[in-house]
Design a binder for this molecule. Structure first.
Ligand code: EPZ
Length: 421
């Protein structure tokens, strides 16, 4: 097991390049098995969730290779079925996209219940509701095996009573091959929904309206291989923006789509950060004392739940009170005990965190309780006095590419050490 050791107190300066969006890549990679041909996917982040998908797709019979550092070739011609025997699906949440993708292409699919970050109850009832509306049956055995199958899939109108990224994408995948028209109402609007739809359309699907709350899918009979580039990771970019604010730094964030950053840009500007936008980059710089703000996480284009944790660390060191309301995830405040160990003063319930700003944090041994909590602990370490040691960093490696090198290039004193025990 490795740990991060961080010596706090450096203002971040320099340029950071943002990689492909994890949450788009982990939908697009399984979606590639829907075509009996070869897809070349560019701008794939080199993160552990992608490594797990490489193993899963190989296990299913695809030929997967990296043509260069970020270009993945997936040839699914030889996949005969989508039945994942082993427990790889438990290593991450996004393995559930194999259910929709496999159901679409083979009319049946099976994986074990997906794993992923422990951020509260994460049911798949909406995915089930969507698959059933298209004519499939969904069974979950006592040992957690999910089996979805259909004689044929027929387009339907599906209303999601809660906005769900995963259910929207999964239903869209299955509906690509359904006969006739499928309409998903109250669909999620995140940039990775649009990116996945664009990828499917590049393979020959007929999807309209992705990015709005009504998505229309006209079923097609075949998909063909394509070359596609994954969009930049708005959450990775947002993490560095918040880190720049917390360390009173001045950084350039390169290879981004500034429009996707608006929910974060708006909040940081409200707090007093300087932000200059260019075509595909942004300068984020500290000019004056930041003021605390309240945030409520909401589906896109609201403030993203995936940046709630890094943002809380920033608010924890500002002069004054702020309130964070978690409106998407069921239980995403476990990391607060860790920041409080570093001297923060935050009280919380399941959905609300009341932050009383403190003048400084102190380095301490802390844990990454999940992926974004891990990023938040790095930011806490960067601003704390003294040394911070973060354990359980495998969570961070699941979703952040090359994170210590990117922070080191911005001047941070961070290194990965092997745990001796
Ligand atoms: C995706 O998770 C992301 N994961 C999460 O990112 C992200 O936090 C989340 O969307 C919200 O933006 C991936 O893309 C792999 P949801 P997902 O379905 O699809 C409830 C990260 O840090 N719900 O939009 O699981 C659910 O419990 C990760 O990168 C149901 O009730 O999220 C939650 O409260 C963590 N029934 C809410 O909806 C369902 O069938 C939103 O979940 C499905 C979801």
């Amino acid at each position: 097991m490795s740990k991060f050791l961080i010596e706090g107190g450096t203002k971040l300066k320099g340029k950071v390049n943002i990689g492909g969006f994890k949450n788009a890549a982990v939908a697009i990679i399984p979606a590639a098995i829907m075509c009996p041909g070869k897809c070349i996917i560019q701008n794939v982040p080199r993160i552990n969730d992608v490594n797990v998908f490489e193993e899963i797709l190989t296990e299913l019979g695809a030929v997967v290779e990296f043509l260069d550092e970020s270009t993945m070739s997936i040839d699914s011609s030889n996949i005969k079925s989508c039945y994942l025997e082993n427990g790889l699906s438990k290593k991450m949440r996004a393995s559930y996209y194999l259910l929709g993708a496999g159901l679409g292409r083979f009319k049946q699919s099976s994986t074990l219940m997906p794993g992923g970050c422990d951020i509260g109850e994460r049911p798949i009832d909406l995915h089930k509701k969507g698959f059933e509306a298209l004519g499939a049956t969904v069974d979950v055995s006592e040992d957690g095996r999910v089996i979805v199958k259909a004689d044929k899939l027929v387009g339907a109108k599906i209303y999601l009573d809660k906005v769900s990224v995963g259910a929207t994408i999964n239903i869209m995948l299955a509906a690509v091959y359904a006969e006739g028209k499928t309409i998903i109402e109250n669909a999620a609007k995140e940039p990775h929904i649009v990116d996945t739809a664009n990828f499917l359309n590049a393979m020959g699907a007929n999807i309209k309206g992705a990015g709005t709350d009504t998505i229309r899918i006209n079923g097609v009979e075949e998909l063909v291989g394509c070359t596609y580039r994954v969009i930049p990771d708005q959450i990775e970019a947002g993490t560095y923006m918040i880190a720049a604010a917390a360390t009173k730094g001045d950084i350039i964030i390169d290879d981004i789509i500034p429009k996707h950053m608006e929910p974060i840009t708006a909040k940081l500007k409200e707090m007093g950060m300087g932000i200059e936008e260019y075509g595909d980059s942004m300068r984020v710089f500290y000019e004056k004392e930041l003021i605390p703000v309240n945030i409520q996480t909401l589906p896109y284009p609201g403030f993203p739940t995936d940046l709630q944790q890094p943002m809380a660390v920033l608010l924890a060191i500002l002069n004054g009170e702020s309130l964070v309301v978690e409106g998407v995830s069921e239980d995403r405040f476990k990391y607060i005990n860790e920041i409080n160990k570093m001297g923060a003063n935050i009280e919380y319930t399941k959905t609300h965190a009341k932050i009383n700003g403190v003048s400084h944090l102190k380095g301490a041994p802390v844990k990454a309780t999940d992926l974004r909590a891990g990023a938040a602990m790095i930011i806490a370490g960067l601003v704390a006095e003294g040394l911070t040691e973060i354990s359980d960093i495998y969570h961070i490696d699941r979703g952040y590419e090359n994170i210590e090198n990117k922070f080191m290039n911005l001047g941070a004193k961070i290194r990965r050490i092997k745990d001796e025990q």
